[in-house]
Design a binder for this molecule. Structure first.
Ligand SMILES: Cc1cc2nc3c(=O)[nH]c(=O)nc-3n(C[C@H](O)[C@H](O)[C@H](O)COP(=O)(O)OP(=O)(O)OC[C@H]3O[C@@H](n4cnc5c(N)ncnc54)[C@H](O)[C@@H]3O)c2cc1C
Length: 813
């Protein structure tokens, strides 16, 4: 075994081998994979080997498509058969709600380049002869489904990597990992030590244990999973003889089952409700090529549905039941990327669909390690979407929930209950008493809307039980004044003598003067967005000396801290802190907001003294606060930042003072309705790392000519000159009883040309709005657009100027 390597990959399952292959293919050949046993000694060897292109997240779906297309290449490169059978498959719906969901999947496929086709149950039965069409209401055909040989694929990756110069050391167990003072990693094994610049944790079933070696508790849990294999079935033999083809794959969502042919019989896997975690706290090191004891009682309810939906199963015997463990992150997507605070330590774990996702994970990680960027939008898989709040108990609750709902529909207005409430602010009970219906962002409970007694969300693709109440909350803001809790924003404080120069390099905007704020896009080297913030220069306002305040997307706190810390100077001249729960927030907005604030504070808040984009310290009642004159509602408004111990007092003062102005509470759904009619985008929806500032309409906040050489400046100048490819646009949709939620296709002139990033109903303007990206060539057309919603195309008109307060009179009043 070599003593030094650029990269050590820990784990010889399908994921580790894919990472190794991609690193070598990308030109890093001084790389070694360490496997404690034979390759495939974790969850990989007993997998059912199914592969699918579809995924709830379109960006993950793209990587799944990449994975499936890769098998031919690694087979040719390695000379190792992968056993790929591209049989195609049917996705089955037994309910109308499920069919609506499938239509959404078909629609997404149109701009992802995934060919999906809605077919009737009878047509599905012609393709998959074992199903009873009477049990279903519709289906979708996917030609890119199939299955493969798990061991063949893993060895093909490893052999291809070796041919390119990478090394694989089997029977080499990593026992400890230690960071040296010079930043290199000592990877200590039972056979000696390797010193490496980078370490990749692809430990699969042992990813937690490998993480613990560097003090990391990864949110990963293994679950037992069962599939059965039948005796040979005459129906299968007849079909094979008649058509000369295998029986195709089927996913029966309502039965929570998947099926495929296995030799002369069938394989049926279940995601049962009565699921069971495996090795909740510690995965035994002596586990390897063993299986777990099957427990047919646990999967009996699923099998009952399966045997009804696929009656031929009633006449056959079960040859074998496989029960094996594999790992999940709380939301079921992989954990990939660099780990904040551990330079050179990377993870590629929690991959629950290794044969659909392993290639994409390897590609993204190798790009990231070599180029400094994953090369795709992989937010849905980024390890930084979780923070320390994703504890072991939280992960346990969430993974169990996720497993039991693996094939369940999640409606756009559906909040999942497991692992909650976890983080709450001091006014949680006060808002609950007012009927707050809670959602969750980065582990924190956030009020979505306020329900009258006895009303709650009815889950639906269409407008639902919250519609009239959200309209009322919007009216409160637009006609008087509303209060909302905004603690879920990420808040950062930047201090130190180098702070201004550092921010000038990190952010693309011009730095504001003391006591002022600005919108602050942040770019990557390739000139694309990596953040959007509100930046305030606290100057003399700051009690700890001159400092800066940043507010940004709450879900991206860890993601942004990882980026910030990576770029901090070594000399200690800049300090950045994520304030998290140390600072809570309230927002007041509406035409009466100033009068309300004036009543609640003794500070001068006239427009002259405290204009739009000012920031100041003021006491609200007795509570010391930092107040910014800005509002995402697009109305006259203020964001009030307050230490948690004062939040109740500030809230109660504002509510009492607001009584005479008709104050009411509004939640994030009303906020969405308000920001849509202002054409405001948000991080994670309109603003993502695949769009440039010009494309996203944020170029007006980019100080292209400022002296500072901000990150991404050169690329942003190129974008400005060449015009980029896309444009973000708002549309008014002729909708019926449903509004877009995001990821719907935008049609123009009879072809799919763009995609929706978000939308909803703008209650004040009484219009259904969709925001999304279209190619710049058609971005100035006003007509000819259609947006596909629940399987139907609706006419959409471009809305170039905001429907509300286009001249900014209300906001700057
Ligand atoms: C019953 C069942 C059916 C499945 N069906 C499918 C399916 O149809 N399609 C699909 O895509 N997926 C399926 N899966 C899931 C699939 O198996 C996983 O997604 C995949 O195996 C994950 O691979 P991995 O490389 O991340 O982890 P693992 O396969 O667990 O590999 C991790 C490797 O790391 C090694 N290792 C760990 N710690 C160390 C250390 N300290 N030193 C050295 N080596 C170490 C282990 O020995 C192991 O070989 C199924 C899983 C099960 C259990």
């Amino acid at each position: 075994m070599k003593s030094h390597a650029k990269v050590v990959v820990i784990g010889g399952g399908v994921v580790g081998c894919s990472v190794l292959f991609h690193l070598a293919r990308h030109g890093w050949t001084d790389v070694v994979l360490l496997e404690r046993d034979e390759l495939t000694s974790g969850s990989t060897w007993h997998a059912a080997g199914g592969m699918h292109t579809i995924n709830g997240d379109p960006n993950v779906a793209k990587l799944q498509k990449y994975t499936i297309n890769l098998y031919k290449e690694i087979e040719e490169l390695s000379g190792q058969a992968t056993g790929v059978h591209l049989t195609g498959g049917v996705l089955l719906a037994a309910t109308e709600a499920r069919l609506d969901w499938l239509r959404g999947v078909v629609a997404k496929g149109r701009y992802l380049g995934i060919e999906l086709e809605e077919i009737s149950p009878n047509e599905a039965a012609e393709l998959m002869p074992l199903l009873d069409p009477k049990q279903f209401v519709g289906a979708v055909r996917n030609k890119e489904d199939g299955h493969l040989d798990p061991s063949g694929v893993t060895h093909a990756y490893a052999k291809a990597a070796r041919k390119l110069g990478a090394e694989v050391e089997r029977f080499t167990k990593v026992e400890d990992i230690v960071r040296r003072a010079d930043g290199l990693w000592r990877v200590i094994t039972n056979k000696g030590e390797v010193v490496a610049e980078h370490v990749v944790n692809a430990g699969g079933l042992w990813a937690r244990e490998v993480g613990r070696m560097v003090g990391l508790e990864l949110p990963v849990l293994a679950m037992e999973h069962m599939y059965l294999i039948t005796e040979d079935m005459p129906e299968v033999a007849v079909w094979n003889a008649k058509t000369g083809t295998e029986i195709i794959h089927a996913v029966d969502f309502d039965g929570e089952l998947y099926l495929r042919q296995e030799r002369g019989g069938m394989l049926m896997g279940t995601y049962e409700k009565a699921n069971k975690p495996w090795s909740e706290y510690q995965t035994p090191w002596n586990f390897g090529h063993e299986l777990l004891e099957p427990d047919i009682d646990r999967i009996a309810p699923s099998l009952e549905v399966g045997f009804r939906h696929f009656p031929a199963f009633q006449n056959t015997g079960i040859k074998q039941i496989i029960n094996g463990p594999f790992t999940f992150a709380p939301d079921g997507n992989p954990l990939v990327g660099p780990v904040r605070g551990l330079p050179g330590f990377w993870v590629a774990c929690g991959v629950m669909a290794g044969f659909s996702q392993g290639g994409g994970v390897g590609l993204a990680l190798s790009n990231w390690m070599i180029e400094g960027d994953p090369g795709a939008d992989i937010w849905a898989m980024d390890v930084a979407r979780y923070g320390d709040w994703a504890t072991m108990a939280y992960t346990n609750a969430k993974v169990r929930e996720n497993y039991s709902r693996r094939f369940s529909i999640r409606f756009p207005n559906e909040e999942l209950p497991a692992g909650r409430p976890l983080k709450t602010t001091p006014i949680y009970d006060l808002l609950s008493a007012k009927g707050a219906q809670w959602g969750v962002a980065y582990g924190l409970e956030v009020p979505l809307w306020y329900a009258p007694e006895g009303v709650k969300d009815e889950f639906s693709w269409r407008r639902s039980s919250d519609f009239t109440q959200v309209a009322k909350e919007v009216r409160t803001v637009r006609d008087g004044v509303g209060l909302s809790e905004i603690s879920s924003f990420a808040k950062y404080k930047v201090t130190g003598e180098g702070a201004a120069a550092w921010l000038d390099r990190m952010l693309a905007c011009k730095l504001p003067k003391p006591g002022r704020m600005t919108l602050a896009p942040m770019l990557k080297q390739d000139g694309r967005l990596i953040g959007d913030f509100t930046l305030a220069n606290l100057g003399p306002l700051d009690r700890d000396g001159d400092g800066w305040f940043l507010a940004g997307s709450g879900i991206a706190e860890q993601y942004h801290m990882r980026w910030f810390e990576r770029h901090l100077p070594d000399d200690g001249s800049v300090h950045i802190e994520a304030l998290g729960a140390k600072l809570t927030g309230l927002s007041i907005a509406g035409p009466n907001a100033r009068e309300l604030l004036a009543k609640a504070t003794r500070s001068e808040v006239s427009n002259a003294a405290f204009p739009f984009m000012a920031m100041g310290r003021m006491d609200i009642g007795m509570a010391p606060c930092l107040v910014g004159r800005v509002s995402y509602t697009g109305d006259l408004g203020y964001e009030i930042w307050v230490a948690p111990e004062y939040q109740r007092a500030a809230y109660q003062t504002l509510m009492a003072a607001g009584e005479e102005f008709g104050i009411g509470l509004f939640g994030s759904r009303a906020l969405n309705a308000l920001r849509l009619e202002k054409n405001y985008g948000s991080w994670g929806r309109e603003y993502r790392p695949i769009y440039g500032p010009l494309e996203a309409g944020l170029d007006r906040f980019v100080a292209y000519s400022k002296d500072a050489d901000f990150i991404g400046k050169a690329a942003a100048l190129v974008e400005r000159k060449q015009g980029g490819k896309l444009r973000l646009r708002a549309f008014v949709v002729d909708a019926d009883d449903a509004d877009v939620i995001g990821d719907e296709p935008i049609w123009f002139d009879g072809a799919v040309r763009g995609w929706v990033t978000s939308g909803g109903y703008a209650h004040h303007s009484k219009k259904s709005i969709a925001i999304g990206y279209v190619p710049k060539e058609i971005a100035d057309e006003s007509d000819g657009f259609e947006i596909e919603l629940l399987g139907k195309r609706h006419a959409a008109r471009m809305q170039a100027t905001p429907l509300f307060d286009a001249n900014l009179e209300r906001m700057r009043a």
